[in-house]
Design a protein. Structure first.
Length: 142
């Protein structure tokens, strides 16, 4: 029910992001979605890609500070308010969302999020018949 996400720690200086992107390019790993959150000294580049385990290995071997973690990804109809409806389900269940980002893929809104209460989030997804996305789904869509 979850997918793997890479979290890459990069310094806020010229050339650090391109190093990561070039490594993924050379490895022929497709980026599906990404986001950067920054502080004054470093950024966290979170990404969903076609082969997260291989990407993790390639980046680690190149000396890049990277972590592999599980996040939820749910598919929503591409209509105004669907993200609000989905987040309301988790909020009403008392589930805090640590971070979230979204993107469109083949006519569907994809909402990616992390929570500290994984089991409760799983239950809410099942009870509310939300469409979760697997890595296999992303691979077929890319």
């Amino acid at each position: 029910m979850t997918i793997n996400q890479l979290s890459i720690f990069i310094e806020n200086r010229s050339g650090t992001l391109i190093k990561v992107l070039e490594l993924l390019k050379q490895s022929k790993i497709q980026i599906v979605a990404s986001t950067i959150a920054d502080t004054a000294e470093y950024g966290i580049y979170r990404l969903i890609c076609s082969e997260p385990a291989r990407a993790y290995k390639e980046l680690k071997e190149a000396g890049v500070a990277v972590a592999l973690s599980d996040v939820f990804a749910i598919a929503l109809d591409d209509e105004p308010g669907r993200a609000a409806d989905a987040v309301r389900i988790f909020s009403d269940a008392g589930i805090s969302i640590t971070y979230m980002y979204s993107f469109l893929l083949n006519g569907k809104g994809i909402l990616v999020f992390r929570t500290d209460d994984t089991e409760k989030a799983r239950e809410s997804i099942i009870l509310n018949n939300l469409k979760f996305i697997s890595e296999k789904d992303l691979t077929h869509w890319t």
